[in-house]
Design a protein around this ligand. Sequence first.
Ligand SMILES: C[S@@+](CC[C@H](N)C(=O)[O-])C[C@H]1O[C@@H](n2cnc3c(N)ncnc32)[C@H](O)[C@@H]1O
Length: 364
Amino acid sequence: MAAPKDVIWPRDPHTAAKHALLRRYLQAWAPIMLSHNDIVTYAEGFAGPGVYRDGEPGSPVVAHQVLSGALRRNPRRVKMVLVEENARRKTELEHRIATAAGTYGPRSGRLDVHIAQGQCHPDLLRQLARAGSLNHPMFVLLDGFGGPEVPFPLLRRIATQRRSEVMVTFQPAFLVRFAGKDDRHRAAGDAFFGDSDWHGVFQQPASAKAAYLRDRYRESLGRAGFQHTLVFEMIDEAGHLLYLIFGTRHERGVEKMKEAMWVVDTTSGVRYRDPKDPNQQALDLELEPDTGPLRRILLDHLRTAPAARSVDQLKKYALLETVYRPTQVIPLLKRMRDDQDIDVSPGRITGASTITALHQDALF
Ligand SMILES: C[S@@+](CC[C@H](N)C(=O)[O-])C[C@H]1O[C@@H](n2cnc3c(N)ncnc32)[C@H](O)[C@@H]1O
């Protein structure tokens, strides 16, 4: 989106969807992390003013609400580290967090909020170090205006804490339009991706460029240390494609983020891309979950895998390689067995059952 000049600005539908996703995910993340760690941190490098024009909460306030709620049921501590470059937005954010703390905050001060004016990089890392957060699990939201703003070394540093996770906003249009012609923009792209492999975008047809950059960025997150990534696709109010890319080392993080995504109202503009779908069709999640593509994906997988797969292996494959959830696999396998797409051994479907594809020419 074009960067607004005012301290606060109207909240558009894709931002509402992003906040719904963040809220859902943190509702799952906070109790899990707090049950295993004495200290966890929620951080933002582009925190914003904490409020939108009609009074809707900004992402730091959304996080504050959820984390306060989690601390009521748990005796541990949460730190919030928030960096914002604009002085007036930072002042507004302080005010909004103070109000939220009065309304929702745990009385004992177990939710410790650090707000700093500065640049996402290197100030976020400095503030995280000062708060004593770098050696504890962090969830870091890097939600700038979407241009290539997040330097790769920041991701790599966050990933050295093995239980940490990131969510990055990326709008590919800027690099697609300008980086071919301007060395400075190309250098900004190199700093974002951490290498120059993304330059291949200049040889892609126009319709494939955004997806190409998205996939290169997923690889960058992998190189940084986040081996699992999920991508949400949104359209901003100007009609620009915007990706929200989540990175984690943990299958449980993937599972919880996927669950959050499946319940977020897709009418507000979120689309979840299926990495295994060659047509790259975005799913319309508000409809009855359409597992037709999963049927095709599983059959492809069964036919190309070197050996028969167990149901548990297929559930893991669905979790890590597709947009679907493991809970969708067994009901689908039952339908596939009834349709004679697969053979199940022994006949009852359990986690250990072995699945074999029956014929090559199934129609979907
Ligand atoms: C998209 S807004 C953040 C919105 C916020 N995450 C939310 O959802 O409520 C981006 C914010 O980052 C700030 N910003 C832009 N460049 C920055 C930088 N290099 N470092 C820190 N903050 C920056 C802007 O002033 C703006 O407030």
